[in-house]
Design a protein around this ligand. Structure first.
Ligand SMILES: NC(=O)c1ccc[n+]([C@@H]2O[C@H](COP(=O)([O-])OP(=O)(O)OC[C@H]3O[C@@H](n4cnc5c(N)ncnc54)[C@H](OP(=O)(O)O)[C@@H]3O)[C@@H](O)[C@H]2O)c1
Length: 316
């Protein structure tokens, strides 16, 4: 598994990470198997968020890590906060649905995650989705407090466009090193826009303000979430009969490199020189192993474009 440098720091982590959004449904024995499989296959980075089943995913992971043969030091652990999505379900989030970047909420989010994850620090903390009511001074105070207390080591954002990134960065003391964005073979808006510049077709529409180029110039690590999904959680494109051409291409390249389709899908993301990190969401040990194998596959430029075409894209 190759490792990548996070942001402009000396922090190196596995290029493929395990997201635990879907860990809420596992019992602790199954969760132990999942994290041990991930670690055995070179994954040393965990991504979570306070809202994943209102903290249940964190709890399952915290229990599993304690029960497993691994320790806190084996993983970098990242969480995200800033979304309140209660739907009336949780006493710890008594309010409704909103984004909230207030100092109080950011600090409470981190402290809640630490408790559930059974750890006393996060390696990184991201603002989950841009809160249009954000006051940067509140974020700055929260980040200073979290850094000084040793509760959070690095900071970043998620689903931010360049101007939103610059707005927050301009008022805080820490460098924002990470931006987590949806990106996969079937979700390529941030690439299509660059390829179709100045055309009048759909690909030419900017959905994110050139976030890819901005991140490259500023040395911000893009973390690609949902690497196997199409749409917004519509399902996986792998072995999905809706995408015969793409699956044929993934199979053909998988045979060439002696790996499965998941590996080609992760290798496709890692091939991009933006130096992205892939955040897997599979909770199936076999799929984790297959996906991690992509960390050792280097596609040729032609193969990269051929996969892009097989997903239904073209070049002007
Ligand atoms: N920042 C954000 O706003 C944001 C949003 C969403 C997610 N995330 C992060 O990104 C992580 C990944 O998201 P995700 O779970 O949507 O990503 P994903 O890895 O693209 O999707 C995982 C889903 O695809 C299925 N899958 C994968 N390979 C398969 C195969 N070969 N055959 C059949 N099914 C397959 C998995 O089922 P199996 O478990 O059965 O393999 C699982 O249901 C999350 O855990 C979270 O940490 C961040």
């Amino acid at each position: 598994m190759k490792s990548i440098k996070i942001g402009n720091s000396n922090w190196k982590a596995s290029a493929i990470a395990l997201g635990i959004m879907r860990m809420n449904v596992l019992d602790s024995n199954k969760a132990v198997e999942v994290i041990e499989t991930a670690y055995k296959n070179g994954i040393n980075f965990i991504d979570t968020a306070d809202i994943y089943d209102l903290g249940k995913s964190d709890e399952v992971f915290g229990e599993a890590l304690k029960k497993s043969s691994l320790t806190r030091d084996n993983f970098y652990i990242q969480s995200k906060g800033g979304i309140i999505n209660n739907n009336g379900k949780s006493k710890s989030f008594p309010e409704g649905l909103r984004y909230d970047f207030s100092k109080k909420h950011i600090i409470e989010s981190v402290e809640g995650s630490l408790k559930r994850l059974k750890t006393d620090y996060l390696d990184s903390f991201l603002l989950h989705r841009p809160d249009t009511l954000m006051e940067v001074e509140q974020i700055a105070e929260a980040f200073d407090e979290l850094e000084t207390s040793g509760k959070v080591r690095h900071f970043g954002v998620s689903n931010f466009n360049p101007e939103q990134y610059k707005l927050v960065q301009s008022g805080i003391n820490q460098k924002l090193m990470i931006n987590q964005l949806q990106f996969s073979i079937m979700h390529t808006g941030m690439i299509d826009f660059g390829i179709h510049t100045n055309m009048t077709d759909n690909g030419s529409i900017s959905h994110d303000g050139s976030i890819l180029e901005f991140s490259r110039r500023k040395n911000i690590t893009i973390q690609a979430w949902s690497p196997f999904q199409y749409g917004f959680f519509d399902g996986t494109f792998i072995n999905n009969e809706k995408f015969p051409e793409l699956n044929q291409k993934l199979k053909q390249l998988g045979d060439k490199y002696d790996v499965g389709k998941n590996a080609i899908a992760t290798a496709w993301i890692l091939k991009h020189p933006a130096n992205m990190q892939v955040i897997l969401g599979t909770m199936n040990p076999k799929h984790i192993e297959d996906s991690a194998a992509g960390g050792d596959v280097v596609l040729t430029n032609q193969e990269w474009y051929d996969v892009y075409f097989a997903a239904g894209n073209d070049l002007p």
